[in-house]
Design a binder for this molecule. Sequence first.
Ligand code: NDP
Ligand code: MG
Length: 387
Amino acid sequence: MKNVAILGSTGSIGTQTLDVLRANPDDFSLVAISAGSNITMLEEQIREFHPKLCAVFDEEKALRLKEAVSDVSPQCKIVSGMEGLIEVSTISESDILITAVVGMIGINPTIAAIKAGKDIGLANKETLVTAGHIIIPLARKMQVSILPVDSEHSAIFQCLNGEKGNVIDKILLTASGGPFRGMTKEELLDVTLEMALKHPNWSMGKKITIDSATMVNKGLEVIEAKWLFDVNPSQIEVVVQPQSIIHSMVQYKDGAVIAQLGTPDMRLPIQYALYYPKRVFLKGDRLDFSTLSEITFSKPDMDTFLGLKYAYKAIECGGSMPTVLNAANEYAVARFLNKEIRFLEIYEMIDYCMSCHKNIESPTVSQILETEQWVYETIKSKWSTNS
Ligand code: NDP
Ligand code: MG
């Protein structure tokens, strides 16, 4: 029996993690959950899974949830704010923390969990992008496992099985290309929020869906892969594979390429992280090679989808530059989701912040969070005067 805690239990990854737990009640027990503000869903989760602890970031909502679940027995302790998230990530009963929260808010709870000796099932890529230089050495020191949940990184992780001692020549990180694949810059001028939210293959949270449309997501994944698999960015090649059947590949010295294939279903990487190294039955569709007509490949268009270009630049600069890329993107995407800016302005905001940032070589967590604030202020002052 493994005890599981979840950061972001109400989101796309969070609820799919609960699907895996629900299907395997003898193997897992849910001990702690958390979310930003969705107390309706948290209440349902408390009534179904009876966790010991639940954190709601929003303090007022936490009080309302406390009242709503006062009849549940055994009682679930309700906490709030960043302290509450850290309590969830470090709860003594847990063996593994699934980081399914979106954005840099995950940095401190993830670091606290590693310090408390918890294994991490990592979906929250923004944390690794901004603080990979702190998290990876800390995990090594604490001897905890960082198990990738992102589908590409789980695929790479699976392709590394049994290859201990063999050096990776290249990681082939696959990308669907998103809903706007093949479009020109001119065509992107007029795309709407509704169009950007229609991902061809995956159903995900809104922020990552927009990141897929800009290809910033793939850029963040390049940085994520660098930290998880200890490779140089030049060894990570993005390959567009629009059908999302190949989830990524590893090329070895002898030229052999090992790939992981499957239907687009996030429960597989989630389950793999939870059960690693064991494979168990997962209900769902299987690939049918008798009806699968084609798997196609192409190069990403980095001059149109600048997200990838900015990520390679950020990783080359290192230090606080990936934080600038990530924070500017988080801010810009939030404004795009509010219909306050156009699609291409997301790139403009990232570019502007990256070009005027004074890089900090090996930022501490405080410096990362200060850089995040600097990015927000920088965009606010520039865009409020211009728009
Ligand atoms: P969602 O938007 O669906 O869910 C986000 C979760 O984070 C929700 O539970 C939300 O709570 C919670 N949250 C937001 N703000 C806070 C806060 N301040 N404090 C505590 N909790 C908060 O996102 P996804 O599930 O799509 O993505 C989660 C992470 O996983 C992201 O980093 C993403 O890049 C990564 N990922 C996602 C994939 C997917 O298929 N969805 C695939 C690969 C990686 P509330 O509901 O209350 O707002
Ligand atoms: Mg991915």
